[in-house]
Design a protein around this ligand. Structure first.
Ligand code: C2E
Ligand code: CA
Ligand code: CA
Length: 666
């Protein structure tokens, strides 16, 4: 303020001096040119005063303008200062954000050169910031595939759309030491510039987890081999390749370990699992890298042999593998053998679906098993015919349940001493709408494999119990008959069997002691502990159990002793060969009968066809039998007639002989 005043004073002084100077000049001018000195003085003073006055006014004005100007200037400066501070603050803010996005972030110029990189980016890249900024292109840090994508403009924000964000994409980030990391990349154009901001988030762990999940989806956890899904993928490629290239051949081998269940049941699941692992690695070691070995679950493995020269090569591999499997495996200190049956399919251009190839190799494997175990079978035209025939049968079988196309035939079981009726064995027949009557041997195995045996057995057991109740009602106390029903081994293992039987007995009102379930030795041997429990529960409920086809399986006698079994049925194959000479067969049958009696079981001889057989069986103390000698299996109307005959004869003479052949011929 003081400074300002002094300026004004100095200004005024200058002006007074100038004004005074001008006045003196005028004074001399007047004195030399004009006459009156008094007037001159007067005018001079007046001029001085006027000039001073104007000057002062002028100065005042100038000062005022200057001050206004200064003030404006100062306000402007203040504003600039404020703006600069604001800008600095905002830049700081953005820098802080840029530094701390949590992701590696860079600003990329139009020519892909990085103009700014945050510390995280420097960190993950392994370079210093000054080695990156204005030096490196950002393409330097990413894999070739992503580079291509960016060069093609696929992963570049559109400059015409400021702020546009390119959809996130995965890329491989390559650091200073050429180590690759999985990154999720986000790209956005910076509004009002031709720069973009790129931020990268490390997703290596996520990707690893993803890889593990997809590995699990395509691999078997026990053996780490490819599973069915991955195998089908490989096979699909092979089928396509074979269609494209004439010289490309492949083969599929389906492997199933023979009697693996026995290993599992006798040595435990942990030995079973270790055996599967050892089996897998032995097979794997015998294959080439390009082949695929997959585990389809359980003890089933499938091999895809790729790019093979000819079909002999596949047979050669099958031979070699069979040889390999002849050596035992050492599992948990135990020597275990694991021979396997193989089914082989050689590629033909007929196949379009990998599933068909697998189905056929599986079918061939089954045939190999049927021919005796530890063999291989190549799928050929005859098997193909058989396979499609089986498929048709399976389809028909499914339909037949809804239409109830089954009927029971009943084969009488007789007391051998009197040939009189004691009960029936229910034998199923399928009344096919086109093919007529089909015998069980042609469809029971399909029904077992497909699980259709369960509903089928329910249907026939219901029918058999209803029929027996009906006949028993007619017979009153005249005779007490039993009904034998065949239960397949697969069904016997089902946990619902007892409840199914109870329900049938409940609805038909049949007393449980009149029901006998026929099961094979193999069914009883399947899962010893579980079987013993089930057999006891059935027994407690009053149902009787019969071992069917005895002598054809491999039951241990000490095991049989532990089971409350009511009867043994001696298989037809033994009965048909007993003659009146003391040969091997006769001895076997005799041994079976005496064993059964010792175990408090009755014996039923199956397939008695001749008087000679009957005589020998009687000699051996065999109590019961069934066979063509007495009666073939009878249809229901024929049993109706038989019951009527029995009733008639016994009414006429209560002590008459009710020998079956006589009753039937009536
Ligand atoms: P299986 O239980 O051994 O039945 C006896 C088979 O021998 C019956 O054949 C019967 O007709 C036949 N047979 C009876 N006596 C003689 C004879 O003196 N000589 C000859 N050569 N054969 C005789 P089928 O009815 O063809 O039954 C075959 C097999 O099918 C049965 O053998 C049984 O294992 C099975 N099966 C029959 N019905 C059923 C059923 O309802 N359920 C189940 N799971 N299997 C059944
Ligand atoms: Ca039977
Ligand atoms: Ca039998």
């Amino acid at each position: 303020m003081n400074k300002k005043k002094r300026y004004i004073n100095l200004d005024n002084m200058g002006l007074i001096i100038i004004g005074t100077g001008v006045s003196f000049f005028y004074y001399y001018f007047e004195k030399t040119i004009l006459a009156s000195p008094d007037l001159t003085i007067f005018i001079t003073v007046g001029i001085i005063l006027l000039i001073s006055l104007f000057t002062q006014l002028l100065i005042n004005n100038v000062n005022r303008s200057q001050e206004a100007l200064r003030e404006a200037n100062e306000t402007l400066e203040e504003k600039v200062r404020e703006r600069t501070a604001e800008l600095r603050e905002s830049e700081m803010k953005y820098r802080t954000i840029f530094e701390n996005t949590g992701a590696a972030t860079i600003i990329v110029e139009n020519d892909m050169i990085i103009s700014l990189a945050n510390s995280e980016f420097a960190n993950i890249s392994g370079f210093e910031k000054n080695e990156i900024e204005h030096v490196k292109s950002w393409l330097h840090f990413i894999d070739e595939k992503t580079q291509r994508k960016i060069r093609n403009g696929e992963a570049v924000p559109d400059p015409l759309e400021p702020g546009q964000i390119v959809p996130n994409f995965d890329c491989k980030f390559i650091d200073k030491d050429s180590i690759q990391k999985d990154m999720l990349c986000t790209l956005a154009a910076i509004p009002g510039s031709d720069k973009s901001v790129v931020s990268l988030a490390d997703i290596t762990e996520l990707k690893e987890a993803e890889r593990q999940i997809s590995h699990q989806a395509f691999h078997d956890t026990l053996t780490n081999l490819p599973n069915r899904a991955l195998f089908i993928e490989h096979l699909t490629m092979a089928v396509k390749r074979a269609k494209r290239r004439d010289d490309y051949r492949f083969a599929v081998l389906y492997l199933d370990i023979d009697r693996f269940k026995l290993v599992n049941d006798s040595l435990g699941h942990s030995v079973g699992d270790s055996l599967l692992e050892a089996f897998a690695s032995r097979i794997q070691a015998s294959l080439r890298d390009i082949d695929t070995l997959a585990r389809f679950g359980g003890d089933e493995f499938v091999i895809l042999l790729e790019d093979i020269e000819n079909s002999e090569y596949a047979s050669g591999v099958a031979d070699r593998l069979q040889q390999e499997l002849k050596r035992p495996f050492m599992v948990e200190g135990k020597e275990v053998f694991a021979p396997a049956s193989f089914g082989v399919v050689l590629n033909t251009k007929d196949y379009n679906q990998p599933e068909d190839i697998i189905r056929d190799s599986d079918a061939a494997m089954y045939h190999a098993k049927e021919n005796g175990k530890a063999q291989y079978k190549v799928f050929d035209k005859t098997l193909h015919k058989k396979a499609s025939h089986l498929l048709q049968r399976e389809t028909d079988l499914r339909k037949s349940i809804h239409r109830n196309e089954f009927e029971n035939h009943y084969q009488p079981i007789v007391d051998l001493r009197t040939s009189s009726l004691v009960g029936f064995e229910s034998l199923i027949r399928w009344n096919h709408p086109q093919l007529g009557l089909i015998y069980p041997d042609s469809f029971i195995s399909i029904a077992e494999e497909t699980g259709l045996i369960v509903p089928i057995t329910q249907l026939i057991a219901q029918q058999a119990c209803e029929d027996l109740c009906h006949w028993q009602k007619q017979l009153k106390d005249q005779l007490k008959l039993t009904m034998n029903i065949n239960i397949s081994s697969k069904h016997f293992q089902s946990p619902t069997l007892l409840d199914e039987i109870k329900e049938i007995l409940g609805t038909t009102g049949m007393p449980p002691e009149q029901l006998k379930l026929e099961i094979t030795e193999t069914a009883l041997m399947e899962d010893a502990d579980e079987t013993i429990r089930l057999v006891h529960r059935l027994k407690d409920f009053g149902i009787k159990l019969v071992i069917d086809d005895f002598g054809t399986g491999y039951s241990s006698l000490s095991y049989l002793q532990r089971l409350p079994i009511d009867a043994l049925k001696v298989d037809r194959s033994f009965v048909s060969r007993i003659k009146n000479e003391p040969d091997g067969n006769r001895n076997i049958v005799e041994a079976i009968i005496s064993l059964a009696h010792r175990l408090n079981m009755t014996v039923v001889a199956e397939g008695v066809e001749t008087e000679e057989q009957l005589a020998i069986l009687l000699e051996m103390n065999c109590q019961f039998g069934q066979g063509y000698l007495f009666s073939k299996p009878l249809s229901k109307p024929n049993v109706d007639k038989l019951i009527v005959n029995i009733l008639q004869v016994s009414q006429e003479d209560p002590h008459a002989c009710l020998s079956l052949p006589a009753m039937l011929s009536n």
